[in-house]
Each structure stands twice: as C-alpha cells, then as structure tokens.
Design a protein around this ligand. Structure first.
Ligand SMILES: [Zn+2]
Length: 83
C-alpha cells in the first residue's frame, strides 16, 4: 500500500522532470531535442502509462524507431510478440 503510493509519486515526479538524455544513445544538451516515446507503441498494444514511456532524441533515435515500427507493419495478435 505505502509502496504503491511511493511508486505513484515517483512516477509523477519522473513525468514532470524529463531526463536530459536520450534513453538510447545517451546524448543530451541544448542541441538535442528529446521526445517522449512509448516503449511498446500504442498501435502494438502498449499502454499509455509512465512505465511504458521513455525519452528519446528526436533524431536519429526516435525517427529510427518510428521507421522500424512502420516497417514491421500492423501489429500481430496481442501477446504474440510481447516477450
Ligand atoms: Zn538518441
């Protein structure tokens, strides 16, 4: 119960203070635009929750991920490729 509350507060804190670095390549700084990304895309059945969010640099990491997801085509039946 208490642990759940702490976890929720931590999740809120993280959502308010985006990290300064790309989760994939680690780049950061004023020249790097970070975008919030769903680790498992919503189209692939990913949830819109903090645990499924990460910050990626707009280019190339996020752009490459979008391209990969588009190349993979429509999602298969839920659960088939999750793990
Ligand atoms: Zn990156």
């Amino acid at each position: 119960m208490v642990a759940e509350v702490i976890q929720r507060n931590e999740a809120r804190r993280r959502a308010r203070c985006p990290p300064q670095f790309c989760a994939k390549c680690g780049r950061g700084g004023p020249d790097v635009r970070l975008v919030q990304d769903h680790i498992v895309g919503l189209a692939a059945g990913g949830l819109d929750v903090v645990a499924n969010l990460q910050w990626l640099c707009d280019n190339p990491c996020h752009a490459a991920k979008i391209k990969r997801e588009q190349a993979a085509g429509p999602p298969r039946i839920l659960g088939a490729r999750m793990y």
